[in-house]
Design a protein around this ligand. Structure first.
Ligand code: NAD
Length: 287
């Protein structure tokens, strides 16, 4: 059986199209979303990411600004800066670009972003709403995974889902979002691998999601026949970008599989734009 490629590009275009319509609607009501990205110090790889964000926002008609702060800034100064952005009525969304300088408590700083401006869904209040089964501004990649799965029209009810990776912004929220759709979700991580159990879990998966960051960790022949495979990983292998799953062999078993690049990434970007509009509505309409 040869699976189909689950391209993120078309899904991203559909989300952007819907977002553009929503943006026009709120602009007619006098709301102008403005996203501010905060970067501490210089980081060439973040710069690539920030440039892409800016381009995406501008193409959509969303105001975008980058605030570059000195690398020597203290954690409390950074928090004060974020609190000023929270209080600025012209700003509707805030992104805190990672990494932060070593020694800073990332989670503490993220917790200071006003929840209704937290377009990346990293504030504990927004993560908490997912736990309640009522996501408001959830992490973009977790929502992207859900969109990709839903695009296959699979009925999640009772399905065996295996989530490999348990990060706060991908693995854990994905598991919660899918368990609320009554999937049977297992979460695997480094402990699973260290006990030699990863293959056994992966082989059970009707829906397999992998967010680890290790090239080809998941062997293609572990993939169950007919499984849907969502590969979140981004890894450099020689001069190529590859995922966490051995794509060439996995596609021979899967019904659907996301490519890397071109799968989860574009959908994540589109969801950031959608979250930006949601945030602007939350603030402006006091939702
Ligand atoms: P993370 O780096 O915070 O955590 C890695 C997870 O993998 C942990 O749960 C860890 O226990 C697990 N792990 C490590 N080694 C393992 C092994 N041998 N077997 C099983 N599990 C193992 O994770 P993250 O921030 O979710 O990032 C994961 C990957 O997803 C990275 O490659 C990252 O670049 C990528 N990513 C992509 C997007 C996107 O938009 N496409 C967004 C976010 C992250």
């Amino acid at each position: 059986m040869m699976g189909q490629i689950l391209s993120g590009k078309e899904i991203a275009e559909k989300i952007k199209h819907e977002t553009r319509i929503e943006l026009e609607r709120i602009k007619e009501r006098g709301i102008s979303p403005k996203l501010v990205a905060v970067q501490v110090g210089e980081n060439p790889s973040s710069q690539v990411y920030l440039n892409a964000q800016k381009k995406n926002c501008q193409s959509m008609g969303i105001l975008y600004e980058t605030k570059n702060l000195e690398p020597g800034i203290s954690e409390s100064e950074l928090i004060s800066f974020i609190e000023r952005l929270n209080g600025d009525k012209s700003i509707t969304g805030i992104i805190l670009q990672l990494p932060l300088p070593s020694g800073m408590d990332v989670r503490k700083v993220q917790s200071k972003i006003a929840p209704e401006k937290d377009v990346e869904g990293v504030n504990p209040a927004n993560l908490g709403w997912i736990l309640y089964g009522r996501p408001v501004l959830a992490p973009c990649t977790a929502l992207a995974v859900k969109e990709l799965i839903d695009s296959t029209k699979v009925d999640l009810y009772g399905k065996e889902v295996v989530m490999v990776g348990h990060s706060d912004i991908v693995g854990k929220p994905v598991a919660l979002l899918l368990v609320d759709r009554f999937a049977t979700v297992s979460i695997c991580h480094i402990g699973t691998s260290d006990k030699g159990m990863l293959e056994q879990h992966v082989k059970r998966a009707e829906i397999l999601i992998v967010a680890v960051g290790k090239a080809h960790l998941i062997k293609g022949d572990w993939v169950r026949d007919g499984a849907i495979v969502i590969d979140v990983g981004i890894n450099k292998l020689g001069d190529k970008i590859v995922g966490d799953v051995e794509f060439e062999t996995a596609i021979q078993h899967a019904s659907w599989i996301t490519p890397v690049p071109g799968g989860v990434g574009p959908v994540t970007t589109a969801i950031l734009l959608r979250n930006t509009i949601t945030a602007a509505k939350l603030i402006s309409f006091n939702l």
